[in-house]
Design a protein around this ligand. Structure first.
Ligand code: DGI
Ligand code: FE
Ligand code: FE
Ligand code: FE
Length: 189
C-alpha cells in the first residue's frame, strides 16, 4: 500500500484526534529523516502507522497478541495500552502489507523505546513526542529544537519527562522504559 492508501484506511480505524496526531508524526518523521539523512519514505510510513492499533479495545489488544504468539508481560496485562506498540506492528504487517523489518521494529518499540535503538526507532520515538499537535509536555520548544541537532540528548530528555510524569501519577513503569532511560542518561546535557 502507498501512503495515500494507508491514510484512507487509517482514517476509518482511528478517531479524529489520533488520525491528526498520526499525520503530524508522519511529517515530523520526514523532517527528522532529512536532518539525519535517513530514507524519507520509510520514516513517513513508520510515522503514519505507528499508532495504527491505538484505538483497539484492551480485549482486542490482548487477543491479537495471543493469536500471534506475542508475549504479554505482567505490566502490559495490567496496562494494556502499552501493547499498542506490539499490536501496531502486527496490524502494520497483516492489514497494511508492510514487509520492511525496520518499519515494523520502529512501530513495535515506539512507546517504551528499546536497547540499542536504530536511527528509524529514534526518529519515530522522537517524532511521536514533538509533533506539532502535541501540547501536553513542558518545555516542548527546547525539545523540538534539540531533536534536530542532538537526537540522543532529546531521547534522554523525553524519557526523563516520561518517567517523571509516570512517577507523579503513580503509574507502573515498564522495566524497558527505565532501562532505556538508564542507557540514554549519558547523553543528557
Ligand atoms: O500513543 P501515543 O499517546 O501517541 O504515545 P506513546 O505510544 O509514546 O504512549 C505515551 C504514553 O505511554 C504516555 O502517557 C506515557 C506512557 N508510557 C510510556 N512508558 C510507560 C508508559 N506508561 C506506563 N504505565 N509505563 C511505562 O513504562
Ligand atoms: Fe503510541
Ligand atoms: Fe512516545
Ligand atoms: Fe503516537
Amino acid at each position: 500500500m502507498d501512503l495515500k492508501d494507508i491514510q484512507k484506511k487509517l482514517k476509518k480505524e482511528l478517531d479524529k484526534n489520533r488520525y491528526e496526531h498520526t499525520i503530524g508524526v508522519m511529517y515530523t518523521a520526514a523532517n527528522l529523516a532529512m536532518a539525519y539523512e535517513y530514507d524519507i519514505q520509510k520514516a513517513m510510513t513508520a510515522g503514519l502507522l505507528h499508532d495504527c492499533a491505538k484505538c483497539l479495545s484492551n480485549e482486542k489488544q490482548i487477543a491479537l497478541c495471543e493469536q500471534n504468539d506475542v508475549e504479554i508481560s505482567n505490566i502490559e496485562r495490567n496496562n494494556p495500552f502499552l501493547l499498542h506498540q506490539k499490536t501496531g506492528a502486527i496490524l502494520a504487517e497483516k492489514d497494511y502489507e508492510i514487509r520492511d523489518p525496520e518499519i515494523l521494529h520502529a512501530i513495535s518499540v515506539h512507546t517504551t523505546g528499546c536497547a540499542n535503538m536504530n536511527l528509524l526507532d529514534k526518529i519515530i520515538f522522537v517524532a511521536d513526542y514533538i509533533e506539532p499537535g502535541r501540547d501536553k509536555a513542558s518545555h516542548l520548544q527546547e525539545l523540538r529544537c534539540e531533536a534536530f541537532h542532538d537526537i540522543n540528548a532529546c531521547i534522554a530528555d523525553i524519557l526523563y519527562d516520561t518517567l517523571h510524569y509516570l512517577n507523579h501519577k503513580n503509574s507502573a513503569i515498564d522495566p524497558t522504559t527505565q532501562l532505556v532511560y538508564e542507557s540514554y542518561r549519558q547523553y543528557e546535557k
